[in-house]
Design a binder for this molecule. Structure first.
Ligand SMILES: Cc1cc2nc3c(=O)[nH]c(=O)nc-3n(C[C@H](O)[C@H](O)[C@H](O)COP(=O)(O)OP(=O)(O)OC[C@H]3O[C@@H](n4cnc5c(N)ncnc54)[C@H](O)[C@@H]3O)c2cc1C
Length: 377
């Protein structure tokens, strides 16, 4: 395994770096005053990256991609993380469902606009009583002629407020074992009968939503895969749900850690033994994460699809991120709570959700125990 970038990759990094120096949006955090404004900024930034040829680097050319290896995506994400740009649509991994299981017509219809950012997607999997136990989902779709009629409720559908389409898991058969009666449908989020209600999570941001479905009509040609294939599709999608390499986590983490070090110096606590120890530990977390990211990238470059061992990356990412958010809180002391450093407090609160979405940390450990270590259930 050679972790060094080859000539082509190094040239690509330089091209991205130079382009970002000219084009990266500035002060976008202040302009993203509410969820709608944040949505507009994300869309515009996605479009700009797409027009510059930086989106869909590892996707096939016939669907709007560039046919490059996964390291190019990682380099792009790394540079985006360093430049602290807005995070572009984080749902492109949903395209894997259409790419792997969709018809040729569905691929041509949905993938290019997903990559270009014209059409934004959200993931309608979880329900009030189906999160870790996703296979218990109850939203029901009845096939009437060539139309599915859907009734039920989705929960925690992130980005639904600004999305155009939703990849939906529904039950189509109640008489078979629960994993086998699930089907995957694609629907416009503005189809009649769909009601999106924002949920304000602990830091006040309405980034996730409840989605109510009342007699929603979905043409049968918007079904992905066979009836009953929904579970397999969901597992494929979840295995691609963005890992640390995809979100430029290392660069973002390094920047955040340096900021905490500067804060510690400015507040005169950088020399305290417990702060020094905590900072050292934070660097060790970052290094473990970085090594795991390059190992994963090397696997993907060798053509291996992500598998259950992806849960290791997910756990490392969660622990590292939550650790430094907690450290920042300690460095800021009372100011994190008295309104002088609300950013620190909000980031800390937000970091607590990382161990829940995309499968909780307990579920990641179950996956590792059962599917990687082969331990009994
Ligand atoms: C901010 C945020 C964004 C989200 N975005 C989306 C989205 O876009 N689309 C979507 O479909 N979903 C989304 N989710 C939902 C997320 O996937 C679920 O919240 C998650 O899977 C946990 O399900 P639950 O909330 O029903 O908790 P539960 O499954 O009820 O779990 C409660 C607790 O019990 C533990 N637990 C449950 N089962 C086991 C077990 N077998 N072994 C050990 N411990 C167990 C869990 O780890 C957890 O601590 C989001 C959630 C959050 C918080």
């Amino acid at each position: 395994m050679d972790y060094r970038e080859n000539e082509q990759e190094a040239a690509f990094r330089k091209r991205v770096h130079d382009w970002l120096a000219e084009n990266a949006p500035r002060n976008w955090q202040e302009e993203a005053s509410d969820e709608k404004a944040a949505g507009r900024i994300t869309r515009a930034w996605h479009r700009k990256l797409y027009e510059a040829g930086f989106i869909g680097l590892s996707w096939p050319e016939e669907y709007g991609g560039r046919n490059l290896g996964p390291t190019f995506e990682a380099i792009l994400n790394d540079e985006l993380g360093k430049a602290d740009t807005p995070r572009i649509s984080f749902h492109n991994y949903l395209g894997r469902a259409i790419f792997a299981f969709g018809t040729e017509e569905q691929k041509r219809r949905f993938l290019p606009t997903m990559l270009s950012g014209e059409v934004q997607w959200c993931q309608g999997f979880s329900e009030p009583n189906a999160g870790s136990d996703l296979a218990s989902l109850r939203t029901f779709a009845e096939l009437r002629g060539d139309t599915y009629v859907v009734n039920g409720q989705k929960m925690w559908t992130s980005g639904a407020l600004n999305a155009d389409w939703c990849l939906l898991l529904v039950r189509t058969d109640r008489d078979v074992p629960k994993h086998k009666g699930i089907t995957c449908l694609l629907t416009s989020i503005r189809a009649p009968g769909i009601d999106v209600r924002p949920i304000r999570i602990s830091d006040g941001a309405p980034e996730t939503c409840e989605v109510f479905l009342d007699e929603v009509k979905i043409p049968a040609d918007q079904r992905v895969g066979d009836p009953g294939a929904g579970w397999r599709i969901a597992m494929t999608v979840l295995s691609f749900e963005r890992g640390p390499a995809d979100i430029g986590m290392i660069a973002t983490y390094d920047t955040a850690l340096r900021k905490i070090e500067d804060l510690a110096k400015a507040r005169g606590v950088a020399g305290q033994p417990e702060v020094r120890k905590a900072l050292a530990r934070a660097y060790v977390h970052g290094e473990a994460l970085r090594l795991n990211v390059v190992e994963q990238l090397s696997q993907r470059s060798a053509g291996r699809m992500p598998g259950p061992e992806g849960s290791v990356a997910r756990l490392l990412l969660t622990e590292a991120q939550q650790y430094i958010n907690h450290l920042e809180l300690e460095v800021m002391g009372a100011d994190a709570f008295n309104g002088r450093a609300t950013g620190t407090f909000n980031s800390y609160i937000r970091s607590r959700t990382i161990s829940i979405f995309g499968g909780t940390s307990e579920i990641q450990k179950n996956i590792l125990a059962n599917q990687v270590l082969g331990m009994p259930r």
